[in-house]
Design a protein around this ligand. Structure first.
Ligand SMILES: Cc1cc2nc3c(=O)[nH]c(=O)nc-3n(C[C@H](O)[C@H](O)[C@H](O)COP(=O)(O)OP(=O)(O)OC[C@H]3O[C@@H](n4cnc5c(N)ncnc54)[C@H](O)[C@@H]3O)c2cc1C
Length: 390
């Protein structure tokens, strides 16, 4: 096994795998190091909403065949509030932009097989424990990998950000007072649109995944634990808060996975420190509202691969220099949208009069429902950037 590489990539999530494939395609050698087993990362269920620009990025890299064949195209979503229900046809409002719904674990599986088919060096069960002299990744077995560039695609808890010298980056954090119960159920979708229910007693969401599996979110009290929400209570509350189309019923199914999500966001600035780059969740975490996290991670990876290729092949380092400011502008844009959506759909557990907050949110939803300029703004943010910026 090589002890030197041009780009050492820590983490085989969407960010690390897209970066690896894009570099190999550009003729740049790299090694991807992943602490978990292949089986574990291929089964890790998370995101499912893939933006049109992300699909284009993956298609250009030859990584979208299966997602285009098996994913479902979606162009509208639905809001329920105060006994009303309305759809936003974001496809029509943006001139045809669509999401593809395709579970993250399927995409990760596809990315792994593409990377290996390109002859890529992908090492599972290989934790990185540190970084020496800025260029030597220290592996769990004590060996080192010397890299010209280091890409920390190692998620929020990964080691690369932690190894940076004190003061090298500034982290911005926000803890929202919202907590969600999240379940993945073997239940076919009960609606054809991603559904956001801004119920007076808390948010309920119905997210689409496959023809057999759906993800649901339920806002709970900030002090609740998973034990407070047995399956029976979850389904009862979903039935109550989700106002589905007339005549349709919420289909229940066995719960495959259940968890608790605290709404925490963070952004790390800058995303480049010398020859070390942070990307994806290692550099920024966003709440699930709006489904941006995986899309931002893939956007970072594609931009970094292009920047490294321009530098190595043409001696043009402008993209490397622009990587952090360009990506951060996009990331803060996504953060502001996620913040807006989060406040719109969640009941605020703080404040002296929850009724006041509910009426404000109802007025905002009514604007989204009736004003084309507000719906247009929502649509552009929801589908992701329309231009060349990822
Ligand atoms: C319940 C849920 C729902 C979500 N829904 C959406 C959605 O609808 N749309 C969306 O866009 N996003 C969504 N997200 C967010 C999305 O899943 C993440 O933003 C995305 O996984 C980020 O990709 P990444 O490659 O940066 O990080 P990760 O996928 O976290 O990958 C990082 C990798 O680094 C590895 N690693 C960590 N430490 C080490 C180490 N020391 N050595 C080696 N490897 C290491 C990890 O094992 C992991 O495989 C959701 C997240 C959750 C939890």
């Amino acid at each position: 096994m090589s002890t030197r590489t041009t780009v050492g990539i820590v983490g085989a999530g969407p960010a690390g795998l897209v970066l690896g494939s894009a570099l190999l395609r550009a003729g740049i050698d790299c090694v991807v190091l992943e602490q978990r087993s292949r089986e574990y990362v291929e089964k890790r269920t998370r995101a499912g909403l893939i933006e049109h620009r992300t699909v284009e990025t993956l298609r250009a890299l030859g990584l979208a065949d299966r997602l285009l064949a098996e994913g479902a195209r979606h162009t509208s979503c639905q809001f329920c509030f105060a006994g009303q229900r309305f759809s936003v046809d974001y496809g029509a409002l943006t001139g045809g932009a669509a999401h593809v719904v395709y579970p993250q674990q399927f995409l990760v599986r596809d990315l792994i097989s593409s990377f290996l088919a390109l002859g890529g060096d992908l090492r599972f069960d290989t934790p990185v424990t540190g970084l020496r002299e800025g260029h030597n990744l220290v592996l769990g077995n004590g060996t080192q990998l010397n890299c010209a560039f280091v890409a920390g695609a190692d998620g929020y808890h990964g080691p690369i950000r932690a190894t940076l010298p004190a003061g090298a980056v500034r982290e911005y954090h926000r803890q929202y007072p919202y907590r969600w119960i999240t379940i993945l159920a073997a239940a076919p979708p009960s609606t054809t649109e991603t559904t956001y229910a801004a119920h007076q007693d808390g948010f309920a969401g119905h997210m689409l995944r496959t023809a057999q599996v759906s993800r649901f979110y339920l806002q709970c009290a900030p002090t609740d634990t998973s034990d407070d929400w047995p399956e029976e209570r979850i389904w009862k509350e979903l039935h109550r808060r989700l106002t589905l189309d007339e005549g349709s019923v919420l289909t229940e199914g066995p719960v495959i996975d259940k968890g608790l999500l605290d709404m925490h966001t963070f952004v790390c600035e800058p995303m480049r420190i010398g020859d070390i780059f942070l990307l994806g969740d290692a550099a920024h975490v966003i709440t699930p509202a709006g489904g941006k996290g995986m899309n931002l991670a893939i956007g970072d990876a594609a931009a970094l691969a292009e920047a490294i290729a321009a530098h190595l092949h043409h001696g043009d380092s402008r993209r490397l220099e622009g990587f952090s400011p360009t990506r951060l502008a996009r990331i803060w844009q996504a953060q502001q949208f996620s913040d807006w959506l989060l406040r719109l759909i969640n009941t605020s557990p703080v404040g002296d009069d929850p009724e006041f907050d509910y009426r404000l949110r109802t007025a905002r939803l009514a604007e989204l429902c009736t004003r084309s300029d507000v719906a247009g703004w929502f649509a552009e943010n929801y589908v992701g950037p329309m231009g060349v910026t990822r």
